[in-house]
Design a protein around this ligand. Structure first.
Ligand code: ADP
Ligand code: MG
Length: 348
């Protein structure tokens, strides 16, 4: 069947992306917004364990609005030599504006920590639902994937590579639509980059081979995500990372019996070891993805404008409901009278 996504639809979408990119660049070069401090917020509950600290549900003392507050321990960041990552995470987060990407409300620092204030997404992680239901129907996976395609297309258009696509970093809003979060590994790239980062099961072969890589790694990771949503497990798995990497490089995976042929074909496109042959990174770019047979039912403009009725909507009884987040142990933030790593984080 012929796709409804014509080259004319694509050209119109590119014009929209050009405007979005202009907005992104304008914000990226603007001076930072008015600063707030941790004292502006009541901390209600820890909802997530981050790589460098904790994420809390907080409430703005003034507006009474709920937010997620990601707290990052400066010492851990310096120890891991990730200072640049954190500065970039803030710069990019405060500049991006897209329906399926989490935005940044404020960012500030104190003697010990860096703080990101984000809109609170009460539906929680896609990961939680995959654990709860085992796997998703193809129609639900398709709905989420279409938003991921649009979000990655936007990021790549702004020259941003995400590098950490996985179910833990995709939040489900109470509208049923997704919000991609965690820009801790994102980067603005011109042609290629070399840093080894990401999550083992989602690493593209060219990252593993340290050959230098580009945006195509996000399309590989999206292929892994599509597989995991439908199969309930990633296509390549081994407890020992070197065994896992061998499997990735062999690219030998087995699709579940009930997976449609269109989906298998799409995966064959994304899971190409050679990034130049990968779906999304060839000459016709995202047009090839959006006109792919698996997305035949998708009306891309309706998805972008959130006019599609979501197949699943998480329950949240009130704006500060945390029932979609697993219980985690609550930690106390420390205090210190002297400022640590002032110079290292002067750009944050
Ligand atoms: N805006 C948000 N709303 C709700 N939960 C969030 C939000 N941002 C992050 N979280 C939760 O915190 C976890 C860790 O945040 P993330 O930005 O991914 O940090 P890390 O880089 O440490 O993985 C997420 O996986 C999610 O469960
Ligand atoms: Mg994360």
């Amino acid at each position: 069947m012929k796709s409804k996504y014509t080259t004319q639809c694509h050209e119109e979408h590119i014009l929209y992306l050009e405007l979005q990119k202009e907005e992104f660049l304008k914000k990226f070069h603007e001076p930072p917004d008015l600063e707030k401090s941790p004292d502006n917020y009541d901390r209600i509950k820890a909802i997530g364990n981050g790589a460098y600290g904790e994420v809390f549900l907080v409430r703005d003392k003034c507006t009474l609005e709920y937010h997620a507050m990601k707290v990052v321990d400066k010492t851990i960041v310096v120890e891991r030599k990730h200072v640049k990552h954190l500065v970039l995470e803030k710069e990019i987060l405060r500049s991006v504006q897209f329906p399926f990407i989490v935005s940044l409300n404020a960012a500030f620092k104190d003697n010990l920590y860096l703080y990101f204030i984000l809109p609170y997404i009460p539906g929680g992680e896609m990961f939680t639902y995959l654990q709860k239901y085992g796997s998703f129907e193809e129609s639900l996976a398709q709905f989420y994937t279409s938003q991921m395609v649009l979000a990655l297309e936007y990021l790549h258009f702004c020259n941003i590579i995400h590098r950490d696509i996985k179910p833990e970093n995709i939040l489900i809003d109470t509208t049923g639509y997704i919000k991609l979060c965690d820009f801790g590994f994102c980067k603005i790239i011109k042609k290629k980059t070399w840093t080894l980062c990401g999550t083992p099961e989602y690493l593209a072969p060219e990252i593993i081979m340290s050959r230098g890589y580009n945006y195509a790694v996000d399309w590989w990771a999206l292929g892994i995500l599509v597989f995991e949503m439908i199969a309930g497990h990633p296509p390549f798995y081994a407890a020992d990372p070197s065994k896992l990497y061998e499997k990735v490089l062999d690219c030998n995976y087995k699709c579940p019996k009930n997976m449609t042929q269109d989906c298998k074909n799409l995966l064959r496109g994304f899971l190409q070891v050679d990034p130049t042959k990968r779906l999304g990174s060839q000459k016709n770019g995202t047009f090839a993805i959006k006109s792919n047979a698996w997305f035949y039912e998708i009306d891309w403009s309706s998805v972008l404008n959130q006019r599609v009725v979501p197949p699943f909507v998480p329950t949240a009884h009130e704006p500060g409901d945390t029932s979609n987040f697993p219980e985690i142990s609550q930690i106390k933030l420390r205090r210190l009278s002297t400022c640590l790593f002032e110079n290292e984080f002067k750009d944050f």
